[in-house]
Design a protein around this ligand. Sequence first.
Ligand SMILES: O=C(O)CCC(=O)C(=O)O
Length: 292
Amino acid sequence: MSESPITDEMLESYRRDGYVVARKLIPPADLERLTARLDGIIDGSIPPAEGMVVMKDVMVAKGAVQPRSRKEAIAKIQFYENDPVLDSYTTHETILDCVERFIGHDVQTIHTMLINKPPNVQGHHPLHQDLLYFPFRPADKLVASWTALEPVTRENGCLVVVPGTHEGELLAHGNPADIEWLNGGYWGVRDLGDAKERRVHLEMAPGDTVFFHPVLLHGSGRNRTQGFRRAMSAHYAAVDVDWVWKTDEIFGDRKFRIVRGERAGSLWDGERGGGDIDPLEFLDIGLPNAGP
Ligand SMILES: O=C(O)CCC(=O)C(=O)O
């Protein structure tokens, strides 16, 4: 069996810090295929696959910024799993070899996303915890992969992480003060304590991939350049996780695909809903039944 790209040392650092960066994990030829496909979807020459959500930046949508191209207008693509080229990232053998090291051999994918941070918009992502968005537990059986498609720097809004925060609890999130200029769902942790002072900026080269725990506090800065900051991500969970939210209404019939292990190729068939947790308990944005 070939050696995993995640060495024992890297695994130890993931367990200690809640994240680890694997340098040059995705080869240039694969990155080129992914970015060409993304370019085509963004410029409109490739129609979005079924279920794919191509989102404008909110400042563009509200007319506060005039984009000079379609590429400058689009902030994010969610749910790319029905696009075979983009989805080759989710099922990339090298990514899955890494994911296995963090959460075990039987793996399902639970979310897919691409972020195209254009210039001239607010576009930062407040410090948050991804567990807010997922009904599965235990948290240790979830992991995100996030790959730089081009150079990612402090100037263009790299990811920031707060090492060790994955040892904590899921915290209350809310709207940041500038929510008017941030896209829907960009919630931030309400009480950050000294987390901001402990931030680490993850500058990355194309193909570098960070794996992080769903309780890790992380976010990203504004793109202060006139270029783009594009990254691709997927979230994974072990197959034997439990659904702990009371409801299954938020995700409806979203399909959770098993991509590695004995049942690869089938869908997660655990019971949805009926847990103890109301996801809105952690989201104080004035929604009905959010908060106390
Ligand atoms: O790519 C970014 O700028 C932020 C991504 C992020 O925070 C996330 O995937 O949870």
